[in-house]
Every structure is written in C-alpha cells, then in structure tokens.
Design a protein around this ligand. Structure first.
Ligand code: KIV
Length: 285
C-alpha cells in the first residue's frame, strides 16, 4: 500500500534549516487570495502581506497611511489562498510604536487573521522590547533593516543604507540585537551586496534581501514588480518576469472593442430559451 505523504508546511524551523544548509529562501508579497494560491502552488517558501499594498493596491503615496483594518482584510484573504507557504504580515505604521500592549494586541489581530508571523521595522530600544514581548507571547517576528519605508521621512527619501563600513557595522549591531530579542529572520532592504554579505555571515538567523545582492539567505520582491503591474516607478533591484500592465490594457481594449461591435457576447456566452418558449413569446404580440 502506498501512503501519500503530504508536503509539510513551511515553518520557522524550515527558514533556519535552509540557512544552515545554504538553501535559498524565496519570499514574494501578495495581497489577495488567488495570487497567494498561485504563488503557493508555484512553490514559494513564504508570502509577505507587505504594507507596500498601501502603494501598489490602495494607491497611497507611502506606506504610512495603511491601517490595521486594511492589513487584517488583506492578510485573511492571502491566508485563505496560501496552504503551504509561511505567511508573514506587516505591522503597519503606528501599530507597534505607542505601547508594548498595543503592539501585542495588533500583532495578535494579524495572527488571528491567519498569519504565522509579523514583520516590523527598526531596532531601537522600544522596538526591541516589542520584538521580545511578541516572541514571548508566541508571535514569531521578522525584523526589517537597511532602508525601512516607515522611516522614509527620517531617512530623507529612498536611500541606500549601509554605504560605509561604519553604517554596515551599525546595521549588523541592530541585526544582532533583533536576533537576541527573538526575531527569526531579517529583511535587509537596499543595502550594498558586500555589506549584506558581511551581515548575513555573522547572524544565526536568515537574512532576506530586497535590493541587497545575492549573498542574503533569501530574496523577497513585491509581486506587482515581478508581474509588471505597478508602473509608478521600477526599483533598480526589481526584476520583471511578466508584463501585466500591457496585458491588462490589451484585454480591456479588446473587450471594449468586442462590446462595441457586438462581437461579445456570442451564442456560447449567452443563455437561451427553448423553441417552444420562443414561439409563445412571438405569439404574445
Ligand atoms: O511592504 C513590503 O512589501 C516590504 C518588502 C519591500 C520587503 O516590506
């Protein structure tokens, strides 16, 4: 008798094992159920419900406007689609900065929406106390260092971080503090490849790079960037694997033209009365 062994879900232990075995971790953002299902079927290790959804889905100018209510809705949609991949939900701006209690309550709400872990930005003393408490509470945490979009106004724009030896050492110190506080992975955004490599080599937990070169333990990209759907700007580090923008516009144009010329809907796309009912209708003048 052959026993079908179901592929196990990706867990935090999988992340650590992959780092130890030098196997790359793959992560993509997704914000809806069907995209999450397709990424899951494709075999991605982890899906991030990034607060980038504020810009790519909701049309905000920055991630600052994203609310907990929005994150809960998108997180539960993604979790309904992802069966295998580990889902990480971003804690939105100001959802973990007031008190540790508020941070626990808000992180808990994202876990109740279906996420396995939450991601938060920075490594100041208060953030470290939040990471420690969340981990103690049973909520796994991914850190986020380098360019941290929620600090956009403090950083003075979309700027590469860790451009000097001193800054690289500073990010490493922050990363080590996050690791000590209990984070199980760290996203490194827009950091020079050599700096990211130096940091990655000195951590026990995996680094997931975005614009941080090839030596990170894993990579993450925004789904609208890989699909060519977000056209406001294309970050240097994003690789486009499809051109959805062109496809969507073409599909909409073809549809408009078919409707205008009555080429849509055709017979097969319509419901029909049987002959008898048609005759009755015709005699009912
Ligand atoms: O919000 C997001 O999509 C992110 C990625 C850029 C890592 O944080």
């Amino acid at each position: 008798m052959s026993v079908q062994v179901k592929e196990k879900n990706i867990t935090i232990a999988t992340f650590l094992k992959k780092k130890a075995e030098k196997e790359k971790i793959t992560m993509l953002t997704a914000y809806d159920c069907s995209t999450a299902r397709y990424f899951d079927e494709a075999g991605v290790d982890s899906i991030l419900v990034g607060d980038s959804l504020g810009m790519v889905i909701l049309g905000y100018e920055s991630t600052h406007h994203v609310t907990m209510e929005e994150m809960k809705i998108f997180t539960s949609a993604v979790c309904r689609g992802a069966k295998r991949a580990l889902v990480v939900a971003d804690m939105p701006f100001m959802s973990y900065h007031t008190t540790v209690e508020d941070a626990v309550k808000n992180a808990g709400a994202l876990i109740k929406s279906g996420a396995t872990a939450v991601k938060l930005e920075g490594a100041g003393d208060f953030i470290l106390s939040v990471v420690k408490r969340l981990t103690e509470t049973g909520i796994p945490v991914v850190g986020h260092l380098g360019f941290t979009p929620q600090y956009l106004n403090v950083l003075g724009g979309y700027k590469i971080q860790g451009k000097s030896c001193e800054n690289t050492l500073l990010i490493l110190e922050q990363a080590k503090k996050l690791e000590e506080a209990g984070a199980f992975a760290i996203v490194l955004e827009m950091v020079p490849e050599e700096a990211a490599n130096y940091i990655t080599q000195r951590l026990n937990i995996p680094t997931i790079g975005i614009g941080a070169g090839k030596y990170c333990d894993g990579q993450v990209l925004v789904c609208d960037d890989i699909l060519g759907k977000f056209s406001e700007f294309k970050p240097k580090f994003a690789r486009r694997y499809a051109n959805f923008q062109e496809e969507i516009i073409k599909a909409a144009k073809d549809y408009i033209s078919d409707v205008k010329t009555a080429a849509f809907p055709d017979d097969a796309e319509s419901f029909h009365l049987n002959e008898e009912e048609i005759k009755k209708l015709e005699s009912n003048k």
